[in-house]
Design a protein around this ligand. Sequence first.
Ligand code: NAD
Length: 497
Amino acid sequence: MRTIAHWIGGREVTEPGRTGPVANPATGAVTAEVTLADAELVDRAVRVAAAAADAWAGSSLSQRTRVLFAFRELVVAHLDELAGAVADEHGKVLSDARGEVQRGLEVVEYACGVPTLLQGRYSDQVSSDVDLFSYRQPLGVVAGITPFNFPAMVPLWMFPLAIATGNAFVLKPSERDPSASLVLARLWQEADLPDGVFNVVQGDAEAVEALLDHPQVAAISFVGSTAIARHIHQRATAAGKRVQALGGAKNHAVVLPDADPAFAASHLVASAFGSAGERCMAVSVAVVVGGGVDEVLTAVDEQARAVRVGPARDPASEMGPVITRAAKDRIVGLIGSGEAQGAQVRLDGRDLVVPGYEEGFFLGPTVLDRVTTAMDVYRQEIFGPVLSVVRVDDVDEAIALINANPYGNGTALFTGSGEAARRFHRGVRVGMIGINVPIPVPLAYYSFGGWKDSLFGDRHIYGPEGVDFYTRAKAVTVRWPEQRASTEASLAFPTAR
Ligand code: NAD
């Protein structure tokens, strides 16, 4: 059985101790065991990072840029290897896994511009013979804790900018699909990043708690479910750390009567069932406005029924399995509860079997109509291939529905009306909004983040807010007095003269 190691100080490390199973969700078979760090091992990794952090913070911007450009080239060259590692342990189809690496790569490309991103400000002659300038410095050791659903992209949301801005990084990937993290670690080394600047500790809650409590960890970036995000934020801020903790989601896509029904239907299907609904920006609820919705819903049924479900490496597959048997059982239970509470099952994926993969964690696309906000299937994040349909009378009712939901990650509107679109994007309390764009993940030179229970902390991830998150500002006020200038100093509070 293959053992998946930690990566500390530029080499793989395994220790006797607890391990966890890593499975291929398409077959259900355990393919590897991952070592699970205890507090002592986390402490060792953080110390190694701390020992490397000062020299890296003092490295020139030119050196850092060269390493980042080299890393960028290596990720491109190893894109298929990374996508394969993602597909085999997560279960998403290869084309989707490649897309995830590509979106992560965009953050590396943004970080390649670090000399510009870190440019400070300078004000000449703010007082007589006095100049004032500000610049930003790294925090030291920062840690990232990431979810199973994007084992390459979400870590890449974090460490390219953390490292580019001069920090050392400790990554705690999901224990469900940890292999991609080691490919990335090896590529950093090949890119000439000094050993110790990037480290991986494999583990579960025990490793996370050790990172949250460690006095030498200055900041935590977390992405995962809301309950854990809230806990991470509370515990790590109590320990004096800077925290950004991105949580779960319940994304609504609103279809207005003036939307193109074929366009709306195909985008609803793609965004609800891509990656088996295991995306934090997946559309989970279709909010259809007005009476004439049959054309849209009939097209959704037809296209959802046609989605080819199968193993990740089969080029014919469009949608893979969900991550674990437990996840499958939970989703099946939620569909059943929706049915019992009065939802109409338009399309039922519960009994889908993929020939040759009977032990895989497969579910087919499922469409539930006439869902209400009181139902469990509406109230809980499903994180599976289930599209709930809620019917409302007008756009204001749709906005009120979205605003009453505790999550606020992403939302979309399908319409031909600029007036409705403007009312919608100004009115919803949600961080990322798409107008005729169902998965509005901002490009790397913007920042990604939800509102309400979808993000705890005040900084979104990557982009300009990522640069701010991983650095802190210094303002320097400078006077070089001429020898013959007055040496008089006053005890009054200094004001500009
Ligand atoms: P999760 O919260 O179970 O796990 C996330 C990380 O936290 C993992 O590294 C895990 O090992 C660790 N963890 C789990 N339980 C813990 C505990 N009790 N104490 C401390 N650490 C713990 O999430 P997941 O199932 O891996 O990922 C799916 C969730 O992530 C969904 O809710 C999804 O919406 C969310 N997500 C959000 C975003 C976003 O941008 N907002 C992006 C991706 C995923």
